[in-house]
Design a protein around this ligand. Structure first.
Ligand code: PEP
Ligand code: MG
Length: 328
């Protein structure tokens, strides 16, 4: 199978009946992403900026960050790179920024931290916007959004950074490109605010890892409850379907960047729901591409309809395993 799978690396991710899906990469290490250029993906769907913040003893300067981000943006010059603003807290900590809380996953995390520390946020988005000068392939993505006011506040800060940088730029250097801004859908509450959120942003990207954790109230890293953590849970699948339907209705480009995208059965369900951009770790791209190239979009929709009618995650697993056997 590995040989079979490798053969499709450079081919497009397109179903047997012609539905094209964009496969993108999840990345974060400042070194080691170059080999991902050849993984068969068409861009970076999630660049986790907190990763290069981690193995250090102090916050990186604006200059350091600008160099990192330029390195990434210029490695993928013709492809979109979606950079997520700092997403620490929860399970990710910085040695020089300790957070002690009883419930870190429900606490000070992601956008909540950076809005409380606008100096950290402004420095980071300034570095991103500077790095994007002469590139114009940057998108900025905001993690852990739970309300529209967080989006408004974050966009205000990004605009501030953009206008300040624009006024600092010598005229002969041209105009700074304005990045598209999107949010992660990973806190269940946003499912009931999609209309208001859609008016504010350029794209949505579902973080199915956190969405599953919060929807089912199961810690994604706790082995004792690991069997309850399941992206095939009917509540998760129905939430994902609602998000796809509503994003379509409000015409917001939608992607998914959690682990569910790299699960073959998950990918089939997602593409049938209308997710036409899936972002995953580089080593999963070829396998998912192989699955997409061997399935019919119309057939995937039939599979989805049946999967959505099932009552337990176990039934969904059983049913998808049967269907995957048929694909090969
Ligand atoms: C997610 O929550 O699904 C996600 C992609 O982000 P992270 O795993 O970094 O929280
Ligand atoms: Mg997340």
């Amino acid at each position: 199978l590995t040989v079979k799978v490798q053969q499709v690396v450079d081919l497009p991710a397109i179903t047997q009946d012609g539905k094209a899906i964009e496969l993108l990469l999840n990345a974060g290490l400042s070194t080691g992403f170059e080999h991902s250029l050849h993984a068969g993906a068409v861009g970076i769907g999630l660049y986790r900026t907190e990763i290069p913040f981690m193995n250090r003893s102090c916050f990186p300067s604006e200059q350091e960050q600008t160099l990192w981000y330029r390195h990434v943006l210029s490695a993928f010059p013709k492809q979109t790179v979606t950079m997520r603003t700092l997403d620490v807290g929860g399970d990710k900590s910085l040695p020089y920024f300790p957070i002690v809380e009883e419930n870190p996953f429900l606490g000070w995390r992601g956008i909540r931290i950076t809005l409380d520390h606008p100096e950290i946020f402004l420095l980071q988005v300034r570095a991103m916007i500077k790095a994007n000068h002469g590139q114009n392939n940057l998108e900025i993505m905001l993690p852990m959004i739970s309300s529209v006011s967080e989006v408004d506040d974050a966009i205000r800060l990004i605009n501030q950074a953009y206008y300040e940088l624009s006024s600092e730029l010598p005229e002969q250097e041209g105009k700074l490109p304005r990045p598209r801004i999107g949010i992660m859908l990973e806190v269940p509450g946003v499912i009931f605010q999609l209309k208001e959120l859609a008016r504010r942003v350029d794209f949505f990207s579902v973080g199915s890892n956190d969405l599953t954790q919060y929807l089912l109230a199961v810690d994604r890293n706790n082995a004792r409850v690991a069997s309850l953590y399941d992206g095939y849970h009917p509540a998760v699948l129905r939430a994902l379907k609602t998000i796809a339907d509503e994003s379509g209705k409000y015409m917001v480009p939608l992607s998914l960047c959690g682990e569910l995208a790299s699960d073959p059965g998950g990918a089939i369900l997602l593409l049938a729901m209308g997710y036409d951009k899936l972002s995953m770790n580089p080593h999963n791209v070829a396998r998912i591409k192989w699955v997409i190239r061997h399935i019919d979009f119309q057939r995937a929709k039939v599979i989805l309809a049946h999967a959505l009618s099932l009552e337990t995650a176990k039934q969904v697993h059983g049913y998808l395993n049967e269907q995957l056997e048929l694909v090969g």
